[in-house]
Design a protein around this ligand. Structure first.
Ligand SMILES: Nc1ncnc2c1ncn2[C@@H]1O[C@H](COP(=O)(O)OP(=O)(O)OP(=O)(O)O)[C@@H](O)[C@H]1O
Ligand SMILES: [Mg+2]
Length: 164
C-alpha cells in the first residue's frame, strides 16, 4: 500500500490522507461537503494549530457560505444559515461546563443542521457515536499534516470512492 492509498477497514471506516499544506486541508473540507447532511456531526481533532478551523473553512465555503469564516475560539460557536441545511461550527476549547452546551444551542444544532466541533472531547457523554471524526496530525517535519477519518460502518458506505 502506498502512502496515498485510502484503507477501509470493516466495522469502522478509516481513511488516511496526506495534507502537504493548508490548501490540501481546505480541499479535504470542501470535498467532504457534498457527502454531508442534516444531523451529521463532524468532530475535528488535533493539537493547537493542527488545521481544524482551516478544514472547517473549506467545508463551510463549499456548502455555499461566501463570507468570512471566523474561528469560534472566543465565541465558542458560529452559525451559518445556509440553505437547505444550516451549519453550526463549535470550538469547545474554552467551554467551562457541559451545561453551557444548552445555551450554545448544541441540541438544536444537532437536530437541524450539520455540526462541526473542534475540541469535541469536551462533550464527554454528549459526544455522538455516529460522528465522523477527522484527526489532524503533524507529520515528522512538523509543518505538513496528515488526516485520519474514522467512524462507524455507515461512514464506510458514505465515503465510498471518496478522494479529496
Ligand atoms: N496541511 C497543512 N500543512 C501546514 N500548515 C497547515 C496545514 N493545514 C493548516 N495549516 C496551517 O496551520 C495553522 C493553524 O490552522 P488552524 O487555525 O486551522 O488550526 P486549528 O487546529 O483550528 O487551531 P486551534 O487549535 O487554535 O483551534 C494555519 O496557519 C494554517 O494555515
Ligand atoms: Mg481552530
Amino acid at each position: 500500500m502506498t502512502g496515498r492509498q485510502p484503507a477501509v477497514e470493516p466495522g469502522v471506516c478509516i481513511l488516511r490522507y496526506p495534507l502537504p499544506g493548508p490548501t490540501a486541508t481546505t480541499n479535504l473540507g470542501a470535498a467532504l461537503a457534498p457527502r454531508l447532511g442534516r444531523g451529521d456531526v463532524l468532530t475535528l481533532a488535533g493539537d493547537l494549530g493542527a488545521g481544524k478551523t482551516t478544514l472547517a473553512r473549506g467545508l463551510i465555503g463549499a456548502l455555499g457560505h461566501a463570507g468570512p469564516v471566523p474561528s469560534p475560539t472566543f465565541t465558542l460557536v458560529q452559525h451559518y444559515a445556509i440553505e437547505p441545511v444550516p451549519i453550526w461550527h463549535f470550538d469547545l476549547y474554552r467551554i467551562g461546563h457541559r451545561d453551557e452546551l444548552v445555551e450554545l444551542g448544541y441540541d438544536e444544532a444537532c437536530a437541524e443542521g450539520i455540526v462541526l466541533v473542534e475540541w469535541a472531547d469536551r462533550l464527554g457523554p454528549d459526544l455522538p457515536a455516529t460522528r465522523l471524526n477527522i484527526a489532524l496530525d503533524y507529520d515528522r517535519s512538523g509543518r505538513a499534516r496528515a488526516a485520519k477519518l474514522s467512524g462507524l460502518a455507515t461512514w464506510t458506505d458514505r465515503l465510498q470512492g471518496f478522494w479529496p
